[in-house]
Write a protein that binds this ligand. Structure first.
Ligand code: FAD
Ligand code: NAP
Length: 338
């Protein structure tokens, strides 16, 4: 393993922020990862684990070790009449994994097409889009315990998945490095096209017969039309999570803002679209120095090229304050800030 010093992280984060890592190492195998944890006493060091860097905001140079996950491999590890279990290593690109599933007629992740990043980060926030979350197909994962270098298995319950949440953002934060994820995919698809613009897009494309590929293509088309490509305009997707508020608070707001979009989020709770709240505060398309809120999706904060992470963070905090002032709701970052 080659531990490099003072490496620019610009190619490793989708905001395109040029900060330095004091130490930087690419890990290619599970064995290397275990050795790194056990031999280098990593629990005493400041660590940043990186997959595709599509959900991080780097506000300053990183005064510790960055571990870039490059473990590769996708394999079938089990099968019955209804399901196939597929294990993917953490460094596999998420969308490549989705395409593998589609090519092999394995259903369950097609709505999650084109989410940037790697397989190993997917359980971190239980990635979700178009009414599907990875918890729906998740079977288990292997993680390396940083303090010991031991491999530990987490099943679905142990991951404590929630809305853009898991145990790895809570009490297990900073304690494990996810090495592989095993999914239970279906041989008998139940297509989910009711969410967002999927159905409309399929109709526009003249597609009447549903297939995994047709759904994936529709999702890819919508995302390419609506979301900025990080290779062109630095961003990390939705900067904030959609807040969940009580039904009482939602009803109160509905009296003042008749159009406020709300979706049931469990007993007595309503999920409100953060993008709508931000737009109502006048941020959509607004440019502030080198940063801004995207013109087509207010929830996505962008780097117009020369921004620093600190500037983006300042913009995020201004947006958070104005949403609180207008609606009495504190929107919380979804992006991981370092
Ligand atoms: P990184 O950004 O590298 O890491 C994210 C966090 O996980 C960091 O805290 C990091 O330290 C930690 N981490 C990464 N890998 C590991 C590991 N192996 N073990 C332990 N910790 C690890 N997200 C959605 O949920 N739904 C979407 O629809 C969606 N759309 C997006 C669209 C765009 C244009 C962009 C830029 C982002 C979008 N995202 C979306 C956010 C992001 O793509 C996902 O959260 C993705 O899973 C992040 O993967 P990554 O490999 O880039 O993670
Ligand atoms: P959209 O369709 O414009 O909808 C706006 C918001 O309303 C979404 O955040 C979504 O919540 C919610 N919503 C819409 N229809 C819903 C329904 N039928 N039931 C429950 N909630 C509903 O959203 P968009 O911005 O184009 O994104 C489309 C999908 O891609 C969403 O699922 C979104 O989460 C995902 N996405 C995520 C990121 C990210 O970085 N996290 C970035 C881009 C897109 P949910 O977000 O809970 O689905």
């Amino acid at each position: 393993m080659n531990i490099q010093q003072n490496v620019s992280l610009k190619p490793y984060n989708t905001f395109g922020l040029d900060v330095l890592a004091k130490e930087f190492v690419v890990v290619n195998t599970l064995e290397e990862l275990c050795i790194l944890c056990a031999a280098f006493n990593l629990s005493n060091r400041k660590l940043l684990i990186l997959g595709g860097g599509s959900n991080v905001l780097l506000t300053q140079d990183f005064d510790g070790m960055v571990i870039k996950m490059n473990l590769k491999g996708i394999e079938v590890v089990g099968q019955n009449d209804e399901h196939v279990w597929v294990k993917a290593m953490a460094g596999e690109v998420w969308h490549e994994f989705v395409l593998y599933c589609i090519a092999n007629n394995l259903a369950g992740v097609e709505n999650l097409s084109l989410i940037p990043g790697c397989v190993g980060a997917a359980p971190m926030q239980n990635i979700g889009a178009y009414g599907v979350e990875i918890k729906d197909t998740f079977d288990c994962l292997e993680a390396v315990e940083i303090a010991t270098g031991d491999v530990v298995v987490f099943n679905r319950e142990e991951c404590q998945f929630g809305y853009r949440e898991s145990i790895f953002k809570q009490e297990a934060k900073g304690k494990y490095i996810i090495a592989s994820v095993t999914f239970r995919l279906s041989l008998n698809p139940s297509f989910n096209v009711s969410y967002g613009a999927i159905q409309q897009t399929l109709e526009k494309q003249g597609i009447s017969e549903l297939s995994l590929k047709a759904i994936s293509d529709a999702v890819v088309h919508i995302r390419k039309t609506k979301l900025p490509d990080p290779k062109v305009l630095g961003n990390a997707g939705s900067f904030f999570k959609n807040p969940e508020i009580t039904t009482a608070q939602y009803n109160e707001l509905k009296e003042r803002f008749a159009d406020i979009p709300g979706y049931p989020a469990g007993t007595g709770m309503v999920k409100v679209a953060a993008g709508w709240l931000i737009e109502q505060c006048g941020w959509k398309g607004k440019v502030v120095g080198n940063t801004g809120s995207h013109k087509d999706q207010a929830l996505v904060l962008v780097n117009y090229g020369q921004a620093t992470g600190a500037e983006i963070w300042q913009l995020a905090m201004s947006i958070q304050a104005s949403v609180l002032e207008k609606f009495g709701i504190t929107i919380m970052p979804e992006v991981n800030v370092f």
